[in-house]
Design a protein around this ligand. Structure first.
Ligand code: SAM
Length: 281
């Protein structure tokens, strides 16, 4: 397959043209949001932004396999419009409206509540082939009650229930601290090499849940390379591109190990990285 397991410099439309139809198992798209984060995020009007957005979505859909999963990131406002666009495609099935609680804020506005969430839309092309719910369990919140239940169980509907040692099933509100917030020094935002990197924990959850080892993960707005890096560590194949030479170079540095240990922070990713490195010898 052309461009497999590489990150290349390409406009999204050229990249999709170069990609075979029906070859993608999981598409994860973190496109421009029209928040003027850089030249790449600037549009002449809201109409121009949505024209671009709907055009790339239409170019992407034929590339998805039947049973594949599609995740699209954006602001809640933009996702409301993107949702309306996607729901009209009769072969797409809505799965989740995921709210990402960023533990941070876009602004300090006092005119309304601070917008500190983003949306991740999850659709599938027909019934999803894969959803590994047990691979993305999260910690129980009530530690004391769970410790008690682990010893003796709790009677629920006449049956004795014991907590799952790997935690509870994951809900559709994700509390994951943004990279921008994690990297603050004394409360001050630091300039990062990419303005909007997604946390690896977030890509890890999506990729573990909606793909299996050896599957093909697609991202034509890969930026600092998070999707490619997490795919590689988890033994998935990837097709990744970005229109910026600077970001592709950054993404390749991260992929080939220059700052990989810094990027891969979660214990489960570190474990997966250790296993992957061991397999390679
Ligand atoms: C929100 S960022 C993605 C960040 C990425 N998820 C990460 O973790 O670093 C969007 C990316 O889309 C790229 N982009 C914008 N317009 C594009 C286009 N027409 N074709 C390909 N990439 C584009 C930008 O260069 C930017 O890196």
């Amino acid at each position: 397959m052309r461009n497999l397991n590489k990150i290349i410099v390409s406009d999204c439309f050229d990249f999709m043209k170069a990609t075979e139809d029906e070859c993608v198992d999981l598409a994860v798209l973190d496109p421009p949001y029209f928040l003027n984060k850089g030249d790449w995020d600037t549009f002449s009007s809201e109409q121009a932004f949505f024209e671009f957005t709907f055009l790339w979505i239409d170019a992407l859909l034929p590339k998805l396999k039947r049973g594949s999963s599609l995740y699209i990131f954006n602001t809640p406002y933009n996702c409301a419009k993107i949702f309306n666009f996607l729901i009209q495609k009769e072969y797409l099935l809505f799965q989740n409206w995921i709210t990402w609680d960023k533990r941070d804020g876009f602004s300090h506005t006092k005119n309304r509540f601070i917008p500190n969430q983003e949306t991740v839309l999850f659709f599938s092309k027909g019934s999803p082939n894969v959803f590994n719910a047990d691979d993305v369990r999260v910690a129980y919140e009530s530690k004391d009650r769970i410790a008690h239940a682990a010893k003796k169980g709790i009677v629920k509907n006449g049956k004795r229930w014991f907590p799952n040692p790997n935690g509870k099933l994951c809900g559709d509100v994700w509390h994951i601290t943004s990279e921008r917030h994690k990297n603050k020094v004394n409360g001050k935002v630091q300039k990062m090499s990419h303005a909007t990197p997604k946390p690896t924990e977030m890509l890890e959850r999506i990729i573990r849940a909606s793909s299996n080892e050896g599957d093909v993960v697609f991202d034509c707005f890969v930026g600092s390379g998070t999707t490619a890096l997490v795919s590689k560590v988890l033994g998935r194949n990837f097709l990744c591109a970005d229109s910026s030479e600077e970001f592709v170079s950054l993404a390749n540095d991260s992929l080939h190990g220059i700052n990989r240990k810094m990027v891969v922070k979660s214990p489960s990713m570190q474990k997966a990285l250790f296993i992957a490195d061991k397999k390679r010898g």
